[in-house]
Design a protein around this ligand. Sequence first.
Ligand code: FES
Length: 298
Amino acid sequence: MLNSVVNRIIDGQHWLEPVADFLQKVVGGTYKALGAPGTALKSFNHGTWLGHPLHPVLTDIPLGAWTMAVIFDIIYIFNRSHTWTSAADATTFIGILAALATAVTGFTDWNETFGRERRVGAAHGLINTVALLLFIVSLIVGLTGGSRAIAIVVAFVGYALLLSAAFLGGELVFSIGTGVNHHAWQQVPEKFTRVMLEGQLKDGVLIRGLAGDTPILLYKNGETVCAISETCSHAGGPLSEGKIVGNLVQCPWHGSRFDVCSGAVKQGPATVSQVRYETRMQNGQLEVKVSEHTLQPN
Ligand code: FES
């Protein structure tokens, strides 16, 4: 109920589109301008090294710190001891530092979105940015001897915005599926299952096959036939339409790279490795089953 109201409001904010266009140009352009280090930094900020998106790991820190700050402010209202204002200032400062890193990772993930996902993500990011600015203002007012009442009110408004942005963050993941492993629900053949005739494989060419209903990416290199999940874990891109770069397959949608034989994720935005399959030839047919060495957590 609440989410349909919120979504109607966001869908009515047509000004978000040009703002999102501009921000994506800035974020994408900055990483691009940095060249190879920018690509590595972008993967780092996505959380590829962690095997998990980095942004949701970090969000708890500002949320927790600013929750503490608000609690300390409330205690101060009743207690009037400056111990509590010092505690509020310290936790506000910690929250600001953590929020900066959280914002960088969030905008990095958001840069690969489009459509409604991009619109909701833009609203989430912009509201959080305003909340961050309000906490900065609150801290400055508090530390420079300004009105403590104003500092507290500004922090409370920032905290309310933070909670509404958190609601949108949940909406992004749980309703829209942003950042969710896109082959998490695919059937994985546990026993050798026929995919195609051996003669249909071509050396050095990415080929899509089906094991039952499960799309498999096949890559023949001499005598070796490698098989991994064909559906990109990031957002479901078709890896068979991507390209081979050395021993890596690059997704055609946002450029994630995976080891074409082990399925290991090597470059973001993906953070989850592809399912790895064992292959064998049986009576002229290629068969696959999930490998016990697969890096995919499912
Ligand atoms: S779908 Fe985004 S990198 Fe593959």
